[in-house]
Design a protein around this ligand. Structure first.
Ligand SMILES: [Zn+2]
Length: 271
């Protein structure tokens, strides 16, 4: 599943190239998770001003309103001057004066939704509950610690919920907790300021490195230029059950938390 770094890598891979383009045509394939919410024809002629990101949503800013794009479980975007004819799993396509933007989404959990602006109820519903952006200045260790003190759930699940800080998905939560030396099952409200500060730094470090490495290609992620990511090669614990911890040499453990796999080192990560 594409997480924040993959979405940011996708954004960077086409934002500059599509900015300033004009929409020439829109094609839809099979229904996605949510409907587009506007007549496709009314997008034709509009200019694309830029591409921003909020959480795992890409915001394609148009002359009138914006398109919110979510990659769902298996989606990827391609942007190229010309693309071969659409295949079975290509469910949204924007033909512009600067290239074709195409959403490839075999499982169709992704979506492209039009909103008149950020205060549009549709946008507010999708973006309104998102926590702070981890790679922006608003993510502050003291405020992070204060928010964690309100939660009794295990820290890993609190991170995944995304309402305190957005975009720390399954891989990156395991990795950040390892770097911070915190056991994933630790109750969030039991984490003191020094450990919360270490976790804050670890989240920034892990997500920043993942973006720099082009994200993680676990199944089929690639950027809008078709490039794979390499973060998974650097993982300290994720996907390494039974293998030696890269710090202490002990065996990495795997447990299930809320239907998801969690990887940690029992020696390096304290409850
Ligand atoms: Zn260890």
């Amino acid at each position: 599943m594409p997480e924040l770094p993959e979405v940011e890598v996708t954004r960077r891979s086409f934002a500059d190239r599509i900015a300033g383009a004009r929409i020439l045509g829109v094609s839809l394939g099979k229904p996605l998770r949510w409907p587009l919410g506007i007549e496709p024809a009314s997008l034709v002629g509009q200019g694309v001003l830029g591409v921003r990101r909020r959480g795992k949503y890409l915001l394609l800013e148009l002359d009138c309103g914006l398109l919110l794009i979510h990659l769902g479980m298996s989606g990827s975007l391609l942007f190229a001057p010309v693309l071969p004819p659409r295949g079975t799993h290509d469910h949204f396509e924007l033909v512009t004066t600067q290239g074709v933007l195409r959403l490839h989404d075999p499982r169709r959990f992704g979506a492209v939704v039009h909103a008149s602006g950020l205060d549009d109820p549709v946008a507010a519903k999708l973006l309104g509950k998102l926590g702070v952006e981890p790679l922006e200045a608003g993510f502050d260790p003291t405020a992070f610690h204060r928010a964690l003190r309100q939660r009794r759930a295990p820290i890993k699940q609190v991170l995944l919920a995304g309402d305190i800080v957005v975009g720390v998905g399954n891989i990156y939560a395991s990795e950040a907790l390892f770097l911070a030396g915190i056991r994933p099952t630790t109750r969030a409200d039991r984490i003191g300021l020094p450990r919360a500060t270490r976790l804050h730094a670890a989240i920034v470090d892990v997500l920043g490195r993942a973006v720099a490495l082009g994200g993680s290609t676990l199944r089929d992620f690639s950027s809008a230029q078709g490039q794979q990511g390499y973060f998974q090669m650097e993982a300290m614990v994720y996907g390494r059950e039974g293998q030696p911890c890269r710090l202490c040499g002990g065996a990495v453990k795997a447990i299930r938390q809320g239907q998801r796999s969690t990887f940690f080192c029992p020696h390096c990560q304290r409850p």
